[in-house]
Design a protein around this ligand. Structure first.
Ligand code: 8YV
Length: 323
């Protein structure tokens, strides 16, 4: 039987690429730059599988060619709001993602941002590197204590739970969360967390608000200007989810007007563009979408895609098919 023809749109860990090359007739985009929509549309009409990342956008328009050869899109990542799954399904293409394997590293990065913005670590590092530190001083770069504060989580899936666990058990924080569906109180308590009925209640209670819901659809602009102003003026917003969950101009306004104290961001509305206004702010820690960026996690993500695509072409149900 001939091997399935697959396209890998970006560079993946070498050991994962080696497995792909062995199992499939694999083409690797050595260019390692995001593929544009016409190239992706052409790929869907040429390969049996396309393995994209968050940097490749697959809206409905890329599925419009009359004869598509692709049968599966194996996304390298858990979030898939860059893919129009409904349009893919209409053409009979299965979409899979990589849940579970990037939970810890993404929660670790949310924690990094939370600590860094509260303790002004970015500002401090910039000052030392600039040779501008004039020595210890009692009033120098005073930050906000983290231990014992209240964390508000929006979205209590795997990553939200991992964040709750870190903050409650590691930092004695009171953790409250909002989730679209009801979570059994006993289940929530396993993570040291308590469910509240509305986003507004979480925002009003929290000293730190951490976003862990998917992007796109109904979650686009979920944290809008009104919700930003429902946060405490002393509170910080942490976003490792998706940039579109927050109204970015509204966030810039809230930070400039002192409606919130600061933000730690790993994701942006139109990546890789980061507005100059954000880059100019000292009370903001900015990272370049590093949530899953560890050697261990990227390898595990790649192997999850291998597992899904292998199952599919072996005629089995891929374990991580998205609805
Ligand atoms: C990944 C992410 O690195 O998995 C996700 O949803 O946001 C990232 O951590 C990215 O998606 C790679 O495609």
């Amino acid at each position: 039987m001939s091997k399935a023809r697959i396209l890998v749109t970006r560079r993946w860990p070498e050991e994962v690429e080696a497995v792909l090359a062995e199992r499939f007739e694999a083409t690797f985009n050595r260019d390692d730059r995001p593929m544009d929509q016409s190239a992706l549309a052409a790929a869907l009409a040429r390969y049996d599988a396309v393995l994209p990342t968050v940097s490749d956008r697959l809206p409905a328009a890329v599925f419009e060619r009359p004869k598509l050869t692709a049968k599966i899109i194996g996304n390298y990542g858990v979030g898939y709001n860059h893919i129009d799954v409904a349009a893919a399904s209409r053409t009979g293409i299965v979409v899979t993602n990589t849940p579970g394997v990037l939970t810890d590293c993404t929660a670790d990065l949310a924690m990094t941002l939370l600590l860094a913005v509260a303790r002004r670590a970015g500002e401090g590092e910039r000052q030392v590197r600039a040779g501008a530190w004039s020595g210890w001083c009692p009033t120098h770069m005073i930050g906000t204590k983290v231990t014992g504060k209240t964390l508000g989580i929006i979205g209590f899936g795997r990553i939200g739970k991992a964040m709750a666990k870190r903050c409650h058990f590691g930092f004695d924080m009171d953790v409250v969360f909002y989730n679209r569906s009801r979570v059994e109180p006993a289940e929530a308590m396993r993570y040291g967390a308590r469910q509240l009925d509305s986003i507004e209640e979480v925002l009003a209670a929290a000293d730190f608000v951490s976003l862990h819901c998917p992007g796109g659809g109904a979650n686009s602009n979920l944290i809008d200007a009104a919700r930003l102003s429902a946060m405490k003026p002393s509170a910080f917003l942490i976003n490792t989810a998706r940039g579109d969950v927050v109204d970015q101009p509204g966030l810039i306004a809230a930070l400039s007007n002192g409606h919130i104290a600061g933000a730690g961001l790993d994701v942006y509305a139109a990546e890789p563009q980061v507005p100059d206004a954000l880059r100019a702010m000292e009370n903001v820690v900015l990272l370049p979408h590093l949530g899953s960026a560890t050697a261990e996690t990227r390898r595990a993500m790649g192997m999850k895609v291998v597992e899904n695509v292998t199952a599919f072409f072996d005629g089995r149900e891929p374990p991580d098919r998205v609805a």
